[in-house]
Design a protein around this ligand. Sequence first.
Ligand code: SAH
Length: 282
Amino acid sequence: MVERKPAPARTAGMPAVGGARGAAMAAKSRAAKAPAAPTPAASAVQARASAATAGGGGMASERARGALAARLRAAGIRDDRVLDAIATIPRHLFVEPGLSSQAYEDAALPIGHQQTISKPSVVARMIELLRDGLGADEPLERVLEIGTGCGYQAAVLSLVAREVFSIERIRPLHEQAKANLRPLRVPNLRLHYGDGMLGLPQAAPFSSIILAAAGMEVPQALLEQLAIGGRLIAPVAVPPSAGGPGQTVTQQLLLIERRNRHRFHRTALEAVFFVPLKSGTI
Ligand code: SAH
C-alpha cells in the first residue's frame, strides 16, 4: 500500500510538523500518564525477535534492520523509540520468502490480494507524527490501526505503544498477519477481522488511530472513537483541482487532533500513495 512518492516527498515530507505544536498540552497530559518504558511487552518482543531470526542469517538481518533505521534517521525521522522499533522488528518475516532479500529496502512490496507491505519510511513517519511530543521512554497509550495487511506496522506499533488493536477486512491477510506475528508472540496486540471503517467501538476510545489505506475522507466512526486529546493520522484523497495545474498529487497525509468533544484540528501534510480504504469484508 503505502508508498510515498520518492524524491520530492522526502524533503517536502519531513517537516517538523507540529514543531511548535499547539498539542503541547495534549502531549503533556499523555506524558503524565506514562511511566518509564520500554514496556515489558516491548522487551519480550525484542527478545523474541532476536530468537526468531537467530541462526541462518540472523546477524545479517539484524545488521540490515539497523542500517534501515540509520537510513530513516538520515531521511529525517527523529523519534528514537520509532527508530529502535524499526531496528527491532524483522521485516523479512512479513514478506514472502522470495522477496526477503528486499525486505530492508525502503520500499513497499506486494503481499498478495493487490495489497502491499508499507514502506518503512512511511510507517516511521506516521508513527512519529502520532508520538509527537512524547519522549523515548513514553509509550503511546491505546492505538487503533486500520489495515493490518501482513502485520508489520502493527508489530512496530506494539513496541511504541501500551496497547494496539488492528483491523483487516481481507480474511486471508488477517490470517497471514496472525501467522507472521506468531513467532514474536506480541502480548499487547489484538488483531480483528472486520471493516475498519466502523472502527472498534467495543475497545474505544483510542488515544491514537492510524489508517494504512486511503479514503475520500476519514470515516466518521473513527473520529467518534478518537479520545479527546488524541491524534489520528490518515492518507486521504485530494480532489483533483486541489493539486493545481500540472500536479499529480492525489493523496495526502492528514493529521487530526481532537481538541474537545466537537473540535477536530486538521493539518494537511505531504503527498503519499496508499491502497484504497474499502468498506465491507471479504
Ligand atoms: N499496515 C500494513 C499495510 C497494509 S496495506 C503494513 O504493515 O504494511 C493496507 C491494508 O488496508 C490492506 O491489507 C487492505 O486490505 C486494508 N484495508 C482497506 N480498507 C480497509 C477497511 N475498511 N478495514 C480494514 N482494513 C482495510
